[in-house]
Design a protein around this ligand. Structure first.
Ligand SMILES: Cc1c2[nH]c(c1CCC(=O)O)Cc1[nH]c(c(CCC(=O)O)c1C)Cc1[nH]c(c(CCC(=O)O)c1C)Cc1[nH]c(c(C)c1CCC(=O)O)C2
Length: 343
């Protein structure tokens, strides 16, 4: 099946394009009334994630409503810990919660990993295949995974946290165990992403949402090597690495076998370009809070951002869109990028 609007993929592959493509992290979600309507009649978030027909429907909603240049499969990074044997709950208004966490070597040994764990996630592969079919080539479909360090952080901490100090403590007190766990997570992520690609994902993004709380030395020891192996293992589609808050890693990411590097809103694109080098495509990085401003200002800020990046850029926010963002702000952003022309 050919993709009618393949601007996003052409850009990710480094081809010359007429304007930057645009999509938003967390575009499938609470910003859309259509999403809230479906979500409100279900038992919870997990029912939506685990029902392929519904996941496909909410994945396509932002394509219909916002006219973005890519869809991202509706799911969560926490399906991986669950497939490995650590179930999560999504508590309303609070976020994820793991009733059991990883504390000891015995806990790590109990976890399933690799192909066995990835085989638990058939509902994700079904959602990807169904979404591809229903998109009918309108825009490309992005698959994603959490990065090993970010997944470890949830598996050890048991919930969100400002500091993730329990997870960081493990790195300092039992690095060997941390590596054992990271190894198992990585094997699972690789098997999982390969199956997502086989099911129809046309690019994969690895979210290292908590990269920025690591020291540079910790990042190089506990995060980067695993991201490297994952990027090298995905050979059939482009790979995006988004290491949030970790400006100090861009030089290293320049050496990783990925095509796109995602930037958070604290990172000046000119510096990121210097650090990662000329070959990668950059993705980002408008401050999600900018979208609360009046639409004309959102549009101006979007154009100013695009001018700073120049070519080799996928327009996005610097992190996921906040659930209470006005739709008119989101649309002003998308439309401003769509109206832009490279000189
Ligand atoms: C850290 C992380 C998680 N999940 C994810 C990350 C990495 C990206 C990032 O840094 O934001 C990734 C994710 N989660 C979700 C998507 C869907 C696709 C998309 O981007 O549109 C994606 C790509 C749906 C979701 N994942 C979640 C929601 C909200 C739940 C709901 O609808 O009730 C959605 C739409 C829940 C979730 N899931 C997670 C948290 C911390 C929360 C609670 C916070 C919140 O409520 O926003 C873990």
């Amino acid at each position: 099946m050919s993709t009618k609007n393949d601007l996003f993929l052409r850009t990710a592959r480094g081809e010359a394009v007429e304007r930057p493509p645009v999509w938003l992290m967390r575009q499938a979600g609470r910003i859309l009334p259509q999403y809230r309507a479906i979500r409100n009649r279900l038992s919870g978030f997990k029912e939506l994630v685990e029902t392929p027909e519904l996941a496909a429907e909410v994945t396509i909603q932002p394509v219909d409503e916002l006219n973005v240049d890519a869809a991202i499969i509706f799911s969560d990074i926490l399906v991986i810990p669950e497939a490995m044997g650590l179930t999560y709950e999504m508590v309303e208004k609070r976020g994820p919660l793991f009733p059991e966490v990883i504390k000891s070597e015995a806990d790590v040994q109990k976890l399933t990993s690799g192909a066995d764990a990835a085989a638990e996630l058939q509902y994700v592969y079904d959602a990807v295949a169904l979404t591809r079919q229903q998109l009918d080539g309108r825009v490309p479909l992005i698959g994603f995974s959490g990065a090993p360090w970010t997944l470890l952080a949830y598996m050890v901490e048991g919930s969100g946290s400002k500091t993730f100090s329990k997870a960081k403590k493990l790195l300092y007190t039992d690095p060997k165990l941390a590596h054992q766990l990271l190894e198992k997570i990585s094997e699972t992520v690789i098997a999982y992403l390969k199956l997502k690609v086989e099911s129809g994902a046309q690019l994969v993004q690895v979210f290292d949402s908590w990269a920025g709380i690591l020291s540079p030395a910790q990042y190089r020891e506990f995060a980067l090597p695993y991201i490297k192996v994952i990027a090298e293992s995905i050979t059939d589609v482009p790979v995006t690495v988004f290491s949030k808050g970790a400006w100090f890693v861009y030089e290293d990411l320049g050496q990783v076998d990925c095509q796109v590097v995602g930037l958070d809103w604290n990172t000046p694109p000119e510096l990121a370009r210097e650090w990662v080098g000329p070959d990668k495509v950059l993705q980002g990085n408008l401050d999600p809070c900018q979208l609360y401003a009046p639409p004309e200002e959102v549009a101006k800020a979007a154009v100013a951002m695009l001018d700073r990046y120049g070519r080799g850029h996928i327009a996005n926010l610097g992190h996921g869109v906040y659930p209470d963002t006005p739709l008119e702000g989101v649309k002003a952003f998308v439309n401003a990028v769509r109206a832009y022309q490279y000189k």
